[in-house]
Every structure is written in C-alpha cells, then in structure tokens.
Ligand binder design. Structure first.
Ligand SMILES: Cc1ncc(COP(=O)(O)O)c(C=O)c1O
Length: 477
C-alpha cells in the first residue's frame, strides 16, 4: 500500500468537501482513511492469527523506547502509515500480551475479535453513553447488556448496573453507593481481599478504625464466624457494623468466600454485602463455575470485569447493585447546564450511576460479543479455562519436582518447588519471561512463596501448559 501525505487532496472532485477535508486542518481524504484502516485491520487480524508465535511479554529499556518513540514535538505533518507501524512495532510489541496463549500471569486479558470490533465501531463513531438524551442508542445497548449479564448471573431483574473502566472503579463505586445508602459503618473483609478495596476505602475517607481485615482460613476464605464475632464485638463497643466485602475469586488463588453463609449473616445483622468477583464472577456463566460461586446472586452489590473472563479488550468493568435506586441516590448529577438531558420515564442517564460524566460506550463491544458468539459459546470458553487449570494441577501432581499448594480454583493453581529459597520462584518466573516463552506470577499464599498460573485464555492448549511447567522446572535461574 502506498502512503499519502496528510495535506494532499487526492480525492475526485465530486466528493463532498466535508469528506475531502479541505476546510478541516485535521481532515484526511477518504481514500487515505480507508487504506490506513485496512492496513490496521490486517495488522490486528495478523495479531489474532499469529500473535501466539511471538513472545508473551517483551520489556524495553526507557532509553530505547524513548529514543524510538520520543523526540521533539512534531510540528509538521508526518506519514500516518509509517507512524502506525512505529506504534505497532515499537510501542505495542513491548508489553505483556495478556491475550497470548502462554500468558498466565496476574489476570490475562484474552480479548475476542468480536469485542475488538465493537470497540472499534464505538471509537469510530465517538459513541457517548452519558445521558439518554445525548446517547439513547448506546444507553439502550448498555441496559440490554446489563440485563443479559444480570440474568446469566442469576441477579434480580430489578438490579441496577453500570459498566465501568474496570474492577477497581466498580469496587469504589459500590462502596460509595453502599455507604451513601446506609450511612457510615465498619467494613469487614479478609486478608485476601483485593488491594483495590483497601485503596477505595482510603480514597473515600473511611477511617482506619472502621476497617476490620480478618484472617482468612486455611482455604483462604473469609470465615463467617470471625465476621460474626467481630460484628458483636463492634456492637458491644458502640460501633455500627455496616458492610461485608467478600471475594468471589481471590486474585492469588481463586478462592471464593462462603457467600451463602456471609449473605445470611448480612441479612441477620442488616449489613450490606459487596462481592468482588472482578475476575471470578464471569465463571458463573458455565455450570462448573456456577457451582463454585453459589450465593453470588445474594450480593447487594457485585463487581465483575468483562475485560478479564468475558473476553473484552480493555477496558470494561461492571457493577451491579441489587438495592434499586442506590446508585442514582449516590451519584445523580443534574447541574443547570445539563437540564436539557434529565432522564424521562424508562430512560437511564448512566452519568448518574458512577463518577464518570463523559463516558465511552463500553457496552457496544459486549453486545457484539454476545450477539456474535452467543452465551453458550462464551460459557464453553469460560469452562475451558477451568478445565485448563485442572489439567495444570494434574500435570504438577504427576511431577515429583513440584508440589501443588492450592488446587485448581476458578482457573488458578499455585505450586512450589519444595525446598526452594524464597527468591527462587521469582527468579524462575523472571527467567521464563526473559525469552518470552511464557509469563507466570510469583506470589505468596499465607506467606508461603509460590508460583501461580491463571489459565482463563480459551486459546491456550494443554501443550502450552505442559511446556511452561517443564521450562519452569529446568530454566537456569
Ligand atoms: C478480585 C479482583 N478485584 C479487583 C481487581 C481490579 O480490577 P481492575 O484491574 O480491572 O481495576 C482485580 C484485578 O485483578 C481482581 O482480581
């Protein structure tokens, strides 16, 4: 493909001036736009087809990357194709590829092509999902998607939802809504709760004495008895117990807190139950995951991250609140200059459900994903992630060099080299990542150093897992 200089007018004279861009200093002629767009589509499809042949991670030095990407402010027009190539070849080739079949670290992001298409379309149209008056189509798509997700998760049809940028913001939004709805009180969570909870509590000014971090049990779960005891203790001291924050899929080990028992305790004690299922909750779409996540539907508020296990490109988080109106009560926002956009009956202004005013439509990609693949195929893709972790666990059990520390739970397994020094796991993980073959996490469970695989990418094969475990055992670290 030939590239065209930005300023040239190469369109035929019967094309409208607006498309030719002669009045628009930022205009590109339609032929150039199409050529660039086609190049970009080809490049992304190549990534989907052959990305797995390249490294799962590559990290550049600040000097090299700044030299390749930086320089003085570009004053004159450049060649957009050459610059696109620079972005793809330099910037995008130096990162963790969360969609690579051997990217097992932290929480992978195995995005689907339908999700990418939906995101592109929304970006191309500069879709906005702020108010019904200003974006009724995208708002309707968001309501539809939230309805589908809520019903697949077994939530009440009356649950309100909002799509966020990710799990951290969904958790923050939930905690604000919960505190607004019920007033200040003590939060109870386990030592396995995600850091984003602690950060959100600090950000919204919850005093330290209102945060009770309780020891998890040997299965890394929040023990309901310990919560009950802490609640009684706090009541006796004149404190007001307010909220339990449970986790459905801890990031370290995939543990699920005992949701039915915690929900019963919350009902009895009149506490708000927030469930952080950022990575784990989507597993409820398949039979095996639903069994592990029993009680999820009892949450007052529930976080999940479509950009993790619902195959969406970054970014997409989601929050449901099953106390109707609580989100709007906390966030509704109607200054005088937005009076023309107040929502009418049956309309939703999503700006009233979180801190975001201008919001992109993250629901478009989810809608297209569900319409393209159907919920059953998505559930099959999720179930594959569960099965892959079980395969990894069996493979580790069959190999004397390794000891399984936590079993396969919601697509995560942790393991150790018996007798390894505390830094050895870390060195092995780093050595494995150095040549890009695979990326795993080194972490700790209850203070014990472990290696960890998170296997939620449906494009991963059993051979990918076997070769990763073998290399981890033999790599020079
Ligand atoms: C349990 C849990 N909660 C919250 C988060 C934060 O989500 P995000 O990175 O989308 O902000 C994560 C991320 O891994 C998580 O696993």
């Amino acid at each position: 493909m030939s590239t065209r200089p930005l300023a040239a007018d190469q369109t035929s004279s019967d094309e409208p001036a607006r498309a030719r861009g002669d009045a628009d200093p930022l205009g590109l002629d339609p032929g150039t736009m199409r050529d660039l767009g086609h190049w970009l589509v080809d490049r992304v499809v190549d990534h989907f087809e052959r990305g797995g042949e390249g490294p799962a991670i590559r990290t550049g030095t600040p000097q090299d990357l700044m030299a390749a990407l930086g320089g003085p402010v570009p004053r004159a027009p450049g060649d957009p194709l050459a610059e696109l190539r620079t972005l793809a070849d330099v910037a995008l080739s130096h990162m963790q590829h969360g969609d690579h079949p051997r990217y097992f670290a932290r929480v992978p992001g195995p995005s689907s092509f339908a999700g990418v298409l939906g995101d592109w379309l929304g970006t191309g149209f500069n879709a906005i999902a702020t108010s019904w008056a200003g974006g009724s189509g995208p708002a309707a798509v968001e309501l539809v998607v939230l309805g589908w997700l809520g019903s697949l998760l077994g939530l009440s049809p009356a649950a309100d939802g909002v799509i966020t940028s990710g799990g951290s913001i969904a958790n923050l939004t939930a905690l604000v809504a919960a505190r607004d709805a019920t007033g200040p009180g003590v939060f109870y969570l386990s030592d396995q709760a995600h850091e984003s909870i602690d950060r959100a509590l600090r950000a919204i000014g919850v005093p330290e004495h209102d945060v009770r971090v309780l020891a998890s049990d040997r299965d890394l779960r929040l023990p309901p008895d310990a919560v009950a005891a802490a609640v009684s203790e706090d009541r006796a001291r004149g404190r007001r117990p307010g909220f339990v924050v449970a986790t459905a899929g801890t990031v370290n080990a995939g543990a699920v807190d005992p949701l039915p028992a915690l929900a019963e305790l919350c009902r009895r004690e009149d506490l708000w139950l927030h469930v952080d299922g950022a990575y784990g909750a989507p597993a409820a779409l398949c039979d095996a995951g639903r069994a592990a996540l029993r009680g999820l539907e009892l949450a007052d508020s529930l976080t999940l991250d479509p950009h993790k296990w619902l195959f969406q490109p970054y970014d997409a988080g989601c929050l449901f609140v099953q106390r109707p109106g609580a989100l709007e009560a906390a966030f509704a926002f109607n200054p005088e200059y937005l009076v023309d956009t107040v929502a009418g009956a049956g309309e939703v202004n999503f700006r009233d459900r979180s801190l975001e005013l201008t919001r992109r439509s993250r629901a478009l990609k989810l809608w297209l994903t569900f319409r393209t693949y159907g919920a059953d195929r998505i559930a099959t893709a999720i179930a594959r992630g569960l099965a892959l972790a079980e395969h990894a666990e069996q493979r580790l059990h069959a190999d004397d060099r390794w000891r399984v520390v936590t079993p396969a739970q919601l697509g995560i397994v942790t393991f150790e080299l018996p007798g390894a020094t505390p830094t050895e796991h870390r060195r092995r993980a780093a050595a494995l990542a150095a040549d890009g073959h695979a990326v795993v996490t080194s972490t700790e469970v209850h203070g014990r150093p472990v290696l960890r695989l998170c296997t939620i990418n449906p494009r991963t094969t059993e051979a990918d897992i076997d070769s990763t475990i073998e290399r981890l055992a033999t790599v020079r670290a």
